[in-house]
Unconditional design. Sequence first.
Length: 124
Amino acid sequence: MSVIEETVTQWIDQLKSGDAQAAQRLWESYFLEMVEVARQKLRGAPRTMADEEDVALSAFKSFCIGAQNGRFSQVTDRQNLWPLLVAITSHKSIDLIRLETDRSGAEVDKMTQLGRVKANVHAS
C-alpha cells in the first residue's frame, strides 16, 4: 500500500468517526474530480439554478453524512471510495437534470395557461 493509499484509508476511518479535518482533506483530494464527473453528466442539460460544483458539493456532503452514520462500511480505501463518489455524483446529477426538466416543463405549462387566460380575456 502506498503512502497516498494509507493516507486516504486513514482519512476515511477518521471521517467515519466524525473528524472534520479528515473530511476537509478528502474534499481537497476529490472535489475537482467530482466536479468533472458532474460536468460530464450535466453536459447539454438545462441549468438555471445549480451547476456541477453544486452537485459535487451535495454528493460529498451525502457521502460524509452517510459515512458518519455507518452507511458505507464497505468503503475502506481509495479503491472503493472513488467508485462510490462517482456513483453518488452521477445520481445527484441525474436528480438535478430531472428537477430542471420538471421546472422547465412547469414553466412552459404556466406560460401556456397564462396565454390562454389572456386570450380569453381579450376575446371577451
